[in-house]
Design a protein around this ligand. Sequence first.
Ligand SMILES: [Zn+2]
Length: 149
Amino acid sequence: MDNLVVPCPQCLGKNRVSAARIAHNPSCGRCKSALFPAHPAPLSDANFQSYVESSDLPVVVDFWAAWCGPCRSMAPQFEAASKAAAGRVLFAKLDTDAAPQTAGRYAIRSTPTLIAFRGGREVARQSGAMTQRQILDWLSRLGAGVHAA
Ligand SMILES: [Zn+2]
């Protein structure tokens, strides 16, 4: 596959990105936002489904809550993992209080919970705070193109 579809976290534009360009911080053809932003893309009930379904790359989502201590301590680890895996895996976040519909659909009972999606379908989930290394190892173990490290 030469071109991958990578959704824009801002405008949901579907960008066709070549393998050569994917390593060079590509931006959205429509709104110029970074497709692999420095901070994991915040998703909402309105854009969640479309974002995870339209990506050819695996998407890992941190289901978090503002009042959750372990979520706050994992946030910089998740962000560091997103930089290490840029171009291979899309990283996004969902505030479970601000997006109760999506949190309900995936039956999120504790935070933080990480869910990995491929083609819009859940392929794995992991609850509890993880370090950058643990996140990358977990993604690598999922195999099938989820080579994060
Ligand atoms: Zn865009």
